[in-house]
Design a binder for this molecule. Structure first.
Ligand SMILES: Nc1nc(C(F)(F)F)ncc1COP(=O)(O)OP(=O)(O)O
Ligand SMILES: [Mg+2]
Length: 205
C-alpha cells in the first residue's frame, strides 16, 4: 500500500445508496477513487451467501480498475475471498491476531487517541483512520466530532505513517483535513450522493 492510495478512499455498503450500489461503485472507480472499502452495516445489511456474492462482485470491479479492495470488520471473509485487506475498529479482534492472519495484506485500524495510535503503529497496522472529524450521518454509533486536532497531533508524532481522515468529510472541508496532515480522506455520503462523482472526487483531492 502506498500513502497516495489513501487520497480518496470511498467506503460504501448497500444501506448508503439509493441507486444500485454496484453502479455507484463502478462510477466512483471510473471517476478516480484511489481505494475502496466494503462496509456492510445496518438492519438490511446483506448476510451470508448474498453478502459474499456482493463482496466478490465489488472485488472484481476494483480489480478491473487496479484499486485496493478492503473489507470492513469481517476478517474471515477477507481471508476467504483474498481481499487486499481489512479495516478494523477498537472492538474487533486484537490487531496482533489479525496481523498474523493477514500477512502481506493491508490492515487498517480506527484510532481516536494517542494510546490507540501508538498501539496501532506498534501492532503493524498499514494505515489508521482518524475520526469522526466532523459530524457524520453514516455511522450510528460514531463518537462526537473531534475536529482535526488529534489528526494534526498524530501527524506530528508520526510524520511518515499513513493516515486517513474520516467522518462528515465533503468537498467543502476536505482541504482542512489534508492541511492537518492526512494523506487522504475517507468518504461515504459525499460520493454516494454526488450527482457528478468525477467533479466531487477531484474536489476531494
Ligand atoms: N470503517 C472505518 N474506516 C476507516 C478508514 F480508515 F478506512 F477510513 N476509518 C474508520 C472506520 C470506522 O471503523 P469502526 O470504528 O470499526 O466502525 P465501523 O465498523 O462502524 O466502520
Ligand atoms: Mg468496524
Amino acid at each position: 500500500m502506498k500513502r497516495s492510495d489513501l487520497a480518496v478512499y470511498f467506503i460504501m455498503g448497500t444501506e448508503n445508496c439509493k441507486e444500485n450500489p454496484l453502479s455507484v461503485l463502478e462510477d466512483a472507480l471510473k471517476s478516480g477513487i484511489t481505494m475502496f472499502q466494503l462496509r456492510e452495516k445496518g438492519a438490511k445489511a446483506l448476510k451470508g451467501e448474498a453478502y459474499e456474492t456482493f463482496a466478490l462482485t465489488c472485488q472484481s470491479l476494483c480489480k478491473e480498475y487496479a484499486i485496493p479492495f478492503i473489507i470492513n470488520d469481517d476478517v474471515e471473509l477477507a481471508i476467504k475471498i483474498n481481499a487486499d485487506g481489512v479495516h478494523v475498529g477498537q472492538e474487533d479482534k486484537p490487531l496482533a491476531q489479525i496481523r498474523e492472519q493477514l500477512k502481506g495484506k493491508i490492515v487498517g485500524v480506527s484510532v481516536h487517541n494517542e494510546e490507540e495510535m501508538k498501539l496501532a503503529v506498534a501492532g503493524g497496522a498499514d494505515y489508521v483512520g482518524i475520526g469522526p472529524i466532523y459530524e457524520t450521518q453514516s455511522k450510528a454509533d460514531a463518537k462526537p466530532a473531534a475536529g482535526v486536532s488529534f489528526l494534526s497531533k498524530a501527524r506530528t508524532d508520526y510524520p511518515d505513517f499513513p493516515i486517513v481522515g474520516i467522518g462528515g468529510i465533503t468537498t467543502n472541508n476536505a482541504l482542512e483535513v489534508l492541511r492537518a496532515g492526512a494523506d487522504g480522506v475517507a468518504v461515504i455520503s459525499a460520493i454516494c450522493q454526488s450527482s457528478n462523482r468525477g467533479q466531487t472526487i477531484n474536489q476531494l483531492k
